[in-house]
Design a protein around this ligand. Structure first.
Ligand SMILES: C[S@@+](CC[C@H](N)C(=O)[O-])C[C@H]1O[C@@H](n2cnc3c(N)ncnc32)[C@H](O)[C@@H]1O
Length: 319
């Protein structure tokens, strides 16, 4: 079992860095290029990339757009980035990827969950994570300066680029019907009865996150956004709750008097618990053109698929 590393310079390390560090040693085993389906999807992505690079008008038709016209007008991106965004936000035709179904989750209160309909071996692709909408962080004019200024002290002082006003926009995949596209308020804040779309986001790299639309639920090749996190009890307790402290002790983690240290232990307890019950992870493919959900252990038909969202997700989305 791989122990997760918590970045000591930040209260909460970025969501994916924890997952990736936790799986660092296993990652090669998980993918290893052995999965026929993963290789097939990677080839398809590369072919589509070449096709769109040579067909500008097709690329323009498939390129995702913000519902805020001003966001589209102000963007000035090169053809390669345009192709990248077009593929990231597309649902490919993958009729061979039909290994899961949706149903009520085994976790109380978690809503729908994702279930295997056949045995899936460790390292195999389960489904893809759809980029029905793409979150893109607009580069700020002083990005370069920030790169030089960013020191460990900045983190300790609570420096955070988001708090400095970095703007994130939402681009909708061309395949999403206009009537299904949510406005910015609903995407980022949700409504009284609906979670924000950002609750369905996974980050792909430093610039992009993709979001699956919960109402686009008819294609088993793109069910990744329905995988729940198996550590519900810990997730909703808050990082330094009694339950988490107990878990830290059970796991033999050091719970210090110092509150911040204790919180980090409890986050580690959540990550350990979540990894222990998880049987899959989301992974980006082909230089970040797509995200695929891959089995991290052998899965038997009927099992619910669980991934680890990471502590940042639960801190941001706790009720
Ligand atoms: C990416 S969606 C997963 C699909 C979702 N269950 C649905 O019905 O659409 C993430 C949301 O699922 C729910 N969820 C996932 N794991 C959970 C857990 N362990 N306990 C409670 N709710 C969970 C939360 O509402 C979370 O914001």
């Amino acid at each position: 079992f791989v122990h997760p590393t918590i970045n000591a310079n930040r209260k909460f390390a970025p969501r994916d860095s924890i997952i990736i560090q936790a799986f660092d040693d296993e990652q090669n085993i998980v993918i290893a290029g052995e999965c026929r389906i993963v290789s097939q999807i990677s080839r398809l992505l590369k072919d589509t990339q070449l096709e769109l690079l040579s067909d500008t008008s097709k690329c323009r038709t498939q390129h995702p757009q913000s519902t805020v016209e001003a966001d589209n007008e102000m963007r000035n991106i090169d053809p390669e980035q345009m192709v990248h965004e077009a593929i990231l936000s597309s649902r490919l035709h993958l009729p061979f990827l039909h290994r899961t179904k949706l149903g009520p989750s085994k976790i109380d209160g978690a809503g729908r969950g994702l279930f295997a309909t056949e045995n899936i071996a460790k390292g195999e692709a389960i489904t893809c994570y759809p980029g029905d909408a793409v979150l893109y962080e607009l580069p700020s004019s002083d990005d370069e300066e920030d790169d030089f200024d960013e020191t460990e002290d900045d983190f300790e002082d609570g420096y955070d680029e988001d708090e400095e006003g970095t703007e994130t926009i939402c681009l909708w995949g061309a395949h999403v019907p206009i009537t299904d596209r949510w406005d910015e308020d609903k995407v980022f804040d949700g409504t009284e009865s609906t979670s924000p779309l950002t609750a369905y986001a996974v980050s792909v790299d430093d610039h992009y996150s993709i979001m699956g639309h919960p109402e686009l639920d008819g294609n088993p090749a793109y069910f990744g956004h329905f995988a729940n996190d198996g550590a519900g009890e810990f997730a909703f307790e808050g990082p330094n709750s009694q339950n988490n402290s107990r878990a830290s002790l059970e796991l033999g983690l050091d719970t210090g008097e110092d509150e911040e240290f204790g919180v980090e232990d409890n986050i580690a307890a959540y990550v350990l618990k979540s990894l222990e019950v998880s049987n899959a992870m989301h992974r980006s493919l082909a230089d970040g053109l797509h995200v695929v959900t891959v089995a991290t252990r052998d899965i038997v038909a009927g099992e619910e698929i669980f991934v680890t969202y990471g502590p940042d997700y639960w801190v941001e989305n706790s009720k």
